[in-house]
Write a protein that binds this ligand. Structure first.
Ligand code: GLN
Length: 487
């Protein structure tokens, strides 16, 4: 077994007990990334020297007998919308150019203090808008199980990197599914935590009332370890919750008597056969383990969540992206006469087509004459959606549902039909609208050897228990393998 194949906890344990050094582990992961990158393009920046230096320092600290953190010496890949001081951070956009943030995102600070070592910054849909990785200014990432297909998005690079063995874990962000959907497409586990549990300080904003950072890993227990580090109050983020201490000890949940909800309205919607099969199989396994399957109703979600999500996300995006003007950040132009022309040129050259169309839509949706009818109405529906989920969680402990209706599409194929892409987010984005935690878990491989994931959704702050159910599911379904990585 090569070192890059180790999961997070085994890797940290190996470094701590000096079975191998942090530098050896880092170099093994780096070699794996170098081998797969020509096929996958999962990384925008590879932090070779900075990462090797961090690994060396971890080894030195261990040699001196200093207390190592729980993630000691473990390589990590961060989505490129997470600020890393002095390391290029692009959000997948040309408008940021080679911008090097002057400060670190809190999540990276926490991981680094726990001993993690930065291997690179991952490719993503531009400003996290998309679900294929196809809108990145750096070209598409490819699926490590089948390089002709998309890895999902927007955190596609983070999912692909973990799936192919570049690092035992990575971070992504999820505004409407961007952790759970690529996790499922790439055959890894991904958690979108409860809104407010993980700091958003230093995260390049897309839709601030929806954005949440979360981890990818190849075992559920690794997600516990990462969340144990990330879940804390951050005074620098006003949406970060105070005084919540969730327990992330990995204890498999006994499913006897647990009520698992299936959404009535979703049952009439078409799923590709491997996903429908996985739903039936997991339902059967849950019943065998003593869980009770109950039906829950989410009629407003089924009917209005997609349109309301996009109204809110685009409105917030239009406001958040106002700051990219060529003065405060990134690239500018030197052929403009006057400030107005400069702004126009910077923005029309720097943003890609998907981002531009969302900024325009968001501008219209929030115009004073229309905002009552669109943006404000959407936020009211959002409250109804949260209430609908709260009611469903009176009847069920957790809800089982697909992540996506279909397996990953061919690269380039889906990006042409934006509406189709938006609609395929039906199963993920309501979870963000209600601020809930959602776990994307691996169930097995399709006949064509593509991974198939499903989703378990819990009430707010049930993140620890959700992962514990994930442990039980992993024991029943088996853990994913490392992907071929296009080799
Ligand atoms: N596909 C959704 C969107 O484009 C979700 C993206 C995300 O979660 N960042 O808005």
């Amino acid at each position: 077994m090569e070192l890059y194949e180790l999961n997070l906890r085994s890797a940290a344990e190996g470094v701590r007990t000096k079975k191998f050094s942090a530098l050896e582990l880092f170099d093994s992961c780096l070699a794996r990334a170098a081998a797969c990158e020509p096929n996958l393009s999962a990384l925008i920046t590879t932090t070779v020297e900075a990462g090797r230096e961090m690994a060396r320092r971890a080894d030195e600290r261990l040699a001196k007998g200093e207390e190592p953190g729980p993630l000691v010496g473990v390589p990590v890949v961060l989505k490129d919308n997470l600020c890393t001081k002095g390391v290029r951070t692009t959000a997948g956009s040309a408008i940021l150019g080679d911008w090097k943030p002057p400060y670190d995102a809190t999540v990276w600070e926490l991981l680094r203090d726990a001993g993690a070592v930065l291997l690179g910054k991952s490719n993503m849909d531009e400003f996290a808008m998309g679900n294929t990785c196809g809108s990145s200014a750096f070209g598409p990432t490819r699926n490590p199980w089948d390089a002709t297909r998309v890895p999902g998005g927007s955190s596609g690079g983070s999912a692909a990197a973990v799936s192919a063995g570049y690092a035992p874990f990575s971070l992504g962000s999820d505004t409407g599914g961007s952790i759970r959907q690529p996790a499922s497409y790439c055959g890894v586990y991904g958690l979108k935590p409860t809104y407010g549990l993980v700091s958003r300080y230093g995260v390049i904003s897309y839709g601030s009332s929806l954005d949440q950072v979360g981890p990818f890993a190849r075992t559920v227990g690794d997600l516990h370890a990462i969340m144990g580090v990330l879940a804390r109050h951050d005074p620098r983020d006003s949406s970060s919750v105070r005084g919540k201490r969730l327990d992330f000890s990995p204890i498999p949940e006994d499913l006897k008597g647990k009520r698992i909800g299936l959404v009535r309205e979703f049952q009439g919607f078409t799923l590709e056969a491997p996903i429908a099969d996985a739903m039936a199989r997991v339902r059967g396994l849950l019943e065998d383990a003593g869980a009770e399957i109950v039906e829950v109703e989410l009629p407003i979600v089924a009917r209005y969540a997609v349109s309301c999500y996009y109204a809110i996300a685009m409105s917030e995006a239009h406001t958040n992206l106002e700051r990219y003007d060529g003065v405060r950040y990134g690239r500018t132009v030197d052929d403009a006469e006057g400030i107005k022309e400069m702004f126009e040129r910077v923005r029309s050259r720097g943003f890609g087509i998907e981002v531009k169309s969302r900024i325009i839509a968001g501008t219209c949706l929030t115009e004073p004459v229309r905002s009552e009818e669109y943006y404000v109405a959407a936020t009211k529906v959002r409250t109804l959606i949260a209430q609908e989920f709260a009611k469903a969680f009176g009847a069920a402990d957790f809800i089982l549902q697909p992540v996506t209706p279909a397996l990953p599409a061919p690269v380039g194929g889906v990006d042409e039909d934006a509406m189709k892409g938006y609609e395929s987010d039906l199963y993920t984005l309501p979870v963000n609208m209600a601020g809930l935690p959602g776990l994307s878990f691996f169930t097995g491989y399709s006949p064509s050897e593509l991974p198939v994931g499903l989703q378990l959704v819990g009430p707010r702050w049930s993140d620890g228990r959700l992962l514990n159910v994930g442990l039980t599911l992993e024991a029943m379904l088996g853990s994913p393998r490392i992907a071929k990585g296009g080799l």
